[in-house]
Design a protein around this ligand. Structure first.
Ligand SMILES: *Cc1c(COP(=O)(O)O)cnc(C)c1O
Length: 470
C-alpha cells in the first residue's frame, strides 16, 4: 500500500466508522452469534497473495460487525460503558500514524512531555490534591487499565514497606507475611494484583461493608490490629470510589487516617466514578484524597476517550521509579543520566508505550472543561430521572442508592422476576443491561454513560422495563 493508496483507504475506513456510528441504532445492542460462528467465516489459512483493501473492509462489514457487542450503541447500559468520541478516535489514529515509541524521554520527547502535561491538566480538571501533580514529588502517567495501576501501586507499597528487599531477594522467610486490604465490594483486579505481587490470595482481607456497601473504617482498623498482633505486616489498602457493583464510595478520609497511623500505602481506585469530578458538585466523593499515596481513574470509561486510557497518579514518584526501574546498557542515554527527564518505562510494567496522551489532548481541547462537565451532568440527570421512576414503581424497586450514572434495581417479586426482566431487555436487542448481586439478591444494573446516550434512550428503556415488569 503506497501513500496514495493509504490516503484513499484511510478515507474509506473513516467512512466505514462514520456509517457504523450513524446507523448503529438499527442493530441489536448485544451480539447474536453462536460460539465459533465468526471464526467459521474466516479462511483456514492466511492469503498467499496480497488482497485488495476493499475486500478486507467488506469482510469487516460482513463478518465482524454482526459479531460485535455494540458498545457505542446509545442503549448500551451494561458493565460500565467504554466511551469513544470522534476526537479521541482521531487522536488514536494519529498515534498509530506517527508510530512513535515513547519508552524513554529520549525516544520521543513530545510523547513524554505532552503526557505529563495532560496528566497535570487532568489533575486540574478533577481538582485532585496538589501532591499528585508533576511539579512536586508526585505525578501522573497513562496506564492501559486500572488493573495495571493497582498492581503498580501495590508493588511500590510492597517495596516501601520492605525496604526494597523483595525487589532484591524475592519474598522469603526473612519477611513477615505481607497483608493487603480492600472491601468485600472491591473490583476483582485487587485480588489479581495481590496474587501477581506474590502476597497470596489468603493475605488479602476483604473488609466488611455497611448498609450502603461502603468499607467500614472500624472494621479495617480492627483487621489491621489483628494482623499486627499475629506478627504480620500490613502494606496496602485499596479504597474504592464508585464500586463496580453498586457505585458505593468508601470513606477515603477515615480510611486514610487508619493508613496514616500505621504507615500503610493507600491506593484509591476511582476507575469509573473519577471522571465525574470534572463537576465541582460531585467532588465530595474524593474527600480525604490528599491522604492517598496513589489514585487512578479511567477516562476510557466515562470521559469520551476510547480504550485504553487509565490515569494513574502517585504522591511520590521516586518510590514507583525505584520499584520498576531496570537500566540495561542499551537504554542508557544522556537525558536519562541528567535526571532532568521522565522516562515513563519506569512508571509501569511494559517497556514500550504508544502516544496515548494525544487522544486525551484532543478530547480535552475539543470539548473543553465545560463540554466534559455537560457530558457527565447529562448522564447523571438521566440516571436521577430513572431512579425516581423506579422508586415510584409498584413492581420495581431500587436495590442500592443510585450514584452518578448508575442505577441498581430489582423486581419486588424476587430474583426470578428480576432475571426475567434482564433477559427480556437483552433478548429485545433494543438495549443491553448486565447484573450483579447485592445482599444475596439478583440486581439489574443500568449504567448510563455512553457518548451518544440521550435522555430519550433512558426513557425508552424505562418504558420497556415497565412493560416487562407486569
Ligand atoms: C472497571 C473497574 C476496574 C477495572 O478496570 P480496567 O481498567 O479494565 O482494569 C477497576 N476498578 C473499578 C472500580 C472498576 O469499575
Amino acid at each position: 500500500m503506497n501513500l496514495d493508496d493509504f490516503r484513499r483507504h484511510a478515507h474509506e475506513t473513516i467512512d466505514l466508522i462514520v456509517d457504523y456510528l450513524g446507523t448503529i441504532e438499527e442493530r441489536p445492542v448485544g451480539p447474536r452469534v453462536a460460539p465459533g460462528e465468526v471464526r467459521s467465516q474466516l479462511p483456514s489459512h492466511p492469503p498467499e497473495r496480497p488482497e485488495p483493501f476493499e475486500a478486507v473492509l467488506d469482510d469487516v462489514r460482513r463478518i465482524v460487525l454482526p459479531g460485535l457487542m455494540h458498545w457505542q450503541h446509545p442503549a448500551f447500559f451494561g458493565y460500565f460503558p467504554a466511551n469513544a468520541s470522534p476526537p479521541a478516535i482521531l487522536g488514536e489514529l494519529l498515534s498509530a500514524g506517527l508510530g512513535v515509541q515513547g519508552m524513554l524521554w529520549a525516544t520521543s520527547p513530545a510523547c513524554t512531555e505532552v503526557e505529563t502535561h495532560m496528566l497535570d491538566w487532568m489533575a486540574d480538571l478533577l481538582a485532585l490534591p496538589a501532591r499528585f501533580r508533576s511539579d512536586g514529588a508526585g505525578g501522573g502517567v497513562i496506564q492501559d487499565t486500572a488493573s495495571s495501576s493497582t498492581l503498580c501501586a501495590l508493588l511500590a507499597a510492597r517495596e516501601r514497606a520492605t525496604g526494597f528487599t523483595v525487589d532484591a531477594h524475592g519474598l522469603s522467610s526473612a519477611h513477615e507475611t505481607l497483608v493487603a486490604y480492600t472491601s468485600d465490594q472491591a473490583h476483582s483486579s485487587v485480588e489479581k494484583a495481590v496474587r501477581i505481587a506474590g502476597l497470596g490470595r489468603e493475605n488479602l482481607r476483604l473488609i466488611e461493608t455497611d448498609g450502603h456497601h461502603a468499607m467500614r473504617p472500624e472494621a479495617l482498623a480492627a483487621a489491621i490490629d489483628a494482623d499486627l498482633d499475629a506478627g504480620r505486616q500490613p502494606v496496602f489498602v485499596c479504597a474504592t470510589v464508585g464500586t463496580t457493583s453498586s457505585g458505593a464510595v468508601d470513606p477515603v478520609r477515615a480510611i486514610g487516617d487508619v493508613c496514616g497511623r500505621h504507615g500503610i500505602w493507600l491506593h484509591v481506585d476511582a476507575a469509573w466514578a473519577g471522571s465525574a469530578a470534572v463537576c465541582p458538585e460531585f467532588r465530595t466523593m474524593h474527600d480525604g484524597l490528599e491522604r492517598a499515596d496513589s489514585y487512578c481513574f479511567n477516562p476510557h470509561k466515562w470521559l469520551l476517550t476510547n480504550f485504553d486510557c487509565d490515569c494513574f497518579y502517585v504522591a511520590d514518584r521516586s518510590l514507583l521509579v525505584r520499584t520498576l526501574s531496570v537500566l540495561p546498557e542499551y537504554l542508557r542515554n544522556t537525558a536519562t543520566a541528567s535526571g532532568k527527564v521522565i522516562d515513563y518505562r519506569d512508571w509501569h510494567i511494559p517497556l514500550g508505550r504508544r502516544f496515548r496522551a494525544l487522544k486525551l489532548w484532543f478530547v480535552i481541547r475539543s470539548y473543553g472543561a465545560e463540554g466534559l462537565r455537560e457530558h457527565i451532568r447529562r448522564h447523571v440527570a438521566s440516571a436521577e430521572a430513572l431512579a425516581a421512576r423506579v422508586s415510584a414503581s409498584h413492581r420495581l424497586e431500587l436495590a442500592a442508592p443510585p450514584f452518578l450514572g448508575l442505577v441498581c434495581l430489582r423486581h419486588r417479586d424476587g430474583d426470578e422476576a428480576t432475571q426475567r426482566l434482564l433477559d427480556g431487555v437483552n433478548a429485545s436487542g433494543a438495549a443491553f443491561l448486565t447484573h450483579t448481586r447485592l445482599g444475596g439478591h439478583l440486581v439489574v444494573r443500568v449504567a448510563i454513560g455512553g457518548t451518544w446516550t440521550r435522555e430519550e434512550h433512558v426513557e425508552r428503556l424505562w418504558e420497556r422495563l415497565e412493560v416487562l415488569a407486569t
